[in-house]
Design a protein. Structure first.
Length: 298
């Protein structure tokens, strides 16, 4: 018999065990998540004959439209079924249950970021459509060093420093104004800051003259860095990257940008996040705009 319910504190040891089996994450990250982000009333679990077999977590977010309308949404995270019980439809059932729960609570938008390309088809069958896109660019330190040749970008005073979640959000929302994008509260940005610091990097404020941008960075290993979010006016990209490299040094950088900027840097545009929605209005909005979702805790 299958039962779906919100989790309880007493479930944590079993959820940690299942997380390890489903996602193969290091113990350090699993402990980090449950210490800093887990909330019982934001995690659903499925029990089959009394045993926890699947789970998912809901992060409250907002979808912001180009005309600055804000709509409540959730990002689904850590959707998983224990390997011994996969192929029995448990993930589909817990996602369907969650969707009905959200609608009952007046949340008509659900978002998720597939962990790999093959999962786009899996989630499409469950009612999700591609709605958020990014440009992803691979740069070496030598390539970024050459950006210094663009002297017109190098004349304004500049500084980069670690900043707090509230300041980051103000900069982020200002840089994304006029776009369709996913917005986070300060608590979620604070969690990302902790993740970045755990990796050996941080979230940063970037000041170039009058321009106030921001960047979210995680270190993958000593020689490789992921710039998960980099928000500046496009004509200041070169300068920002040159200076950011001084703060977070590496030989190789993976850079994520909104899909419609950074063409001169190369890379490729790809679907990143998927969306499920109830109302026809949302469908029209996402058909006319490429949504941006930069921070996915991936």
């Amino acid at each position: 018999m299958l039962k779906i319910r919100l989790s309880k504190i007493d479930d944590i040891p079993y959820l940690k065990e299942m997380w390890k089996s489903c996602f193969r994450d290091e113990d350090e990250y699993i402990e980090f998540f449950f210490d800093h982000q887990y909330k019982p009333n934001q995690t659903f679990l499925s029990l089959y004959n009394g045993k926890i077999v699947s789970m998912l977590t809901m992060f409250p977010t907002q979808v912001v439209t180009p005309d600055q309308q804000h709509y409540p949404s959730v990002m689904l995270y850590a959707i998983g079924t224990h390997p011994h019980y996969q192929g029995k439809g448990f993930s589909t059932q817990i996602m369907d249950y969650t969707w009905k729960y959200l609608q009952k609570h007046k949340v008509n938008i659900s978002v998720l970021v597939p962990a790999e390309n093959s999962l786009f088809a899996f989630y499409h069958k469950r009612g999700y459509e591609a709605g958020f896109y990014i440009r992803e660019v691979l740069l070496t330190d030598q390539q970024i060093e050459k950006f210094k040749l663009y002297q017109e970008d190098m004349i304004l005073p500049m500084d980069i420093s670690s900043i707090g979640p509230s300041d980051y959000n103000k900069r982020r929302n200002q840089q994304l104004k006029g776009r369709l994008y996913m917005a986070y509260d300060d608590e979620k940005i604070a969690y990302q800051k902790k993740l970045s610091q755990l990796s050996g990097a941080d979230i940063y404020g970037i000041n170039i003259g009058i321009f106030k941008g921001c960047a979210t960075v995680e270190r993958i290993h000593e020689d490789k860095v992921m710039i998960k979010e980099f928000l500046l006016p496009e004509h200041q990209f070169y300068r920002g990257l040159v200076e950011l490299m001084k703060v977070v040094s590496a030989k190789e950088y993976i850079l994520r940008l909104p899909a419609d900027v950074g063409e001169s840097l190369g890379g490729s545009v790809r679907a990143f996040g998927m969306i499920q929605f109830e109302k026809e209005f949302y469908k029209k909005t996402f058909e006319e705009n490429m949504g941006y979702l930069g921070i996915a805790y991936d």
